[in-house]
Ligand binder design. Structure first.
Ligand code: EPZ
Length: 418
């Protein structure tokens, strides 16, 4: 198992380019199942979750050609409508094939994801929505079986709570359903809008993408398309915080500044100097110690839960007391205990973390427990005195492409050891 060895201290300076969004690429790959024509997807990040999804699609019947960051998927025929436990247990986003499979073949068998490091993460809302679109859902032997032999039909679906992949799954089901579908209380994340942009290029009729009410008029078939995935806003946010926590001067390029708006607002309040240098770059400069600023995670356009861990690392170095409230997942503070081993002063109370800063962090051996929590440990290590060894970095490799190379290029002392 790989480890990162990080020596804290250097101020990060220079430019970091942002790759394509993992959470946008995953539904886009699943969407390729909706047509028997080739779909070309560009700016696909080379991370482990993408390779897992690609394996699943090949099992289902897709031919995949990879050329750098471009993947061409062609699925003339579905050979298996199943997402097996072996894949779903390593990546919950595998459930994104549920909607496309039922829409295209009238049948899907998808393993139920089990528990997860950050919370229970059920998929009941995906299933409820599919039932409303006319699918019959049964559960047996740890699998969900969905059947709609006569095809799906449009319906009005009101989500009980906002779900990102749930919204994406049902959009993909509804684009080939007979009649009209209205999704209310839908997720407004940029990744949902990006999926709708791809589906529209494939011939789907969708209105309201990026808003909480999405209107879909079902079509008989979809065709091939060529689509470039949006920039990864969580990667961009992680590097903005890397600039802040090292008191550095970093330019984050090839990103969508608007997508990190909630984080930028907090960093400005904390005292960082941030300028949007052009339509796709943001510069952060932190010449003096930051002030603590509270954060509550929310659905987009609120403060992303996927940046909460990294922000917690930053607040250990800010002056004062910050309260972080996690409203999306019930167990997303595993990184706090590891940071405490490095000297952070964090008290956990249910879904709240109270951080008193600044504390002097010192390098230690720590264990990565989930994707964003591990990225937060890298950030804490950049600010710590001495050497930190982070074990189980395969969690980071799920969602960050070459994070160590990108950080090293702007001055971090970080290396991967096998
Ligand atoms: C997506 O997960 C992202 N994953 C997550 O990113 C992200 O943290 C999350 O959205 C929230 O922004 C992908 O896009 C692949 P949800 P998702 O359904 O869709 C509850 C990362 O680090 N819920 O929006 O699985 C659920 O338990 C990952 O890149 C139900 O109760 O999250 C949670 O409390 C981690 N029933 C809340 O809704 C359901 O059927 C939001 O979850 C579905 C969800």
């Amino acid at each position: 198992m790989d480890k990162f060895v990080i020596k804290g201290g250097p101020r990060l300076q220079g430019e970091i380019p942002i790759g394509g969004s993992k959470n946008s690429a995953l539904p886009a790959l699943a969407a390729a199942l909706l047509t028997d024509e080739p779909v070309t997807l560009r700016r696909i990040p080379r991370v482990r979750d993408i390779r897992t999804m690609q394996r699943l699609l090949v099992d289902i019947g897709s031919q995949a050609e990879v050329d750098g960051e471009t993947i061409r998927l062609h699925t003339p025929r579905i050979v298996s409508s199943e997402a097996p436990y072996e894949l779903v247990k390593t990546m919950r986003a595998s459930s994104l094939v549920l909607g496309p499979l039922v829409a295209r073949t009238g049948r899907a068998r998808v393993s139920l994801p089990g528990g997860c490091a950050i919370g229970a993460r059920p998929i009941n809302l995906h299933l409820l929505g599919l039932e409303q679109l006319g699918a019959r859902i049964q559960q047996a032997h740890g699998y969900i079986e969905a059947e709609a032999p006569d095809g799906l039909r449009g319906a009005t679906i009101h989500f009980d709570r906002i779900t990102v992949t749930g919204t994406e799954d049902l959009i993909m089901a509804a684009v080939l359903a007979r009649g009209e579908t209205l999704l209310r209380n839908a997720a407004r994340e940029p990744e949902v809008a990006d999926l709708c942009a791809l589906l529209s290029k494939m011939g789907a009729q969708i209105e309201g993408a990026g808003t909480s009410t999405i209107h879909i008029r079902g079509v008989e078939m979809l065709h091939g398309a060529d689509h470039t995935i949006i920039a990864d806003r969580i990667e961009a946010g992680t590097f903005l915080i890397a600039g802040a926590i090292t008191g550095g001067d970093l330019k984050i390029v090839d990103c969508v500044p608007e997508h990190v708006g909630a984080l930028v607002a907090k960093l400005l309040q904390a005292g960082a100097e941030i300028t949007q240098t052009d339509a796709s770059s943001v510069q952060i400069c932190v010449p003096k110690r930051l002030r603590s600023v509270d954060v509550t995670t929310e659905e987009y356009p609120g403060f992303a839960t996927d940046l909460q861990a990294q922000y917690l690392a930053l607040m250990t170095q800010a002056q004062g007391i910050a309260m972080l409230v996690e409203t999306i997942f019930e167990n997303r503070f595993m990184h706090a205990q590891e940071m405490a081993r490095m000297g952070a002063n964090i008290r956990l109370e249910g879904r709240q973390a109270i951080v008193a800063g600044p504390s002097e962090l010192t390098g230690a051996g720590v264990i990565a427990s989930d994707l964003r929590g591990s990225a937060a440990l890298v950030l804490a290590a950049l600010a710590a005195r001495g050497e930190t060894v982070i074990d189980r970095v395969y969690h980071i490799d799920r969602g960050y492409e070459k994070i160590e190379a990108k950080l090293a290029r702007v001055g971090a002392q970080i290396r991967r050891v096998e």
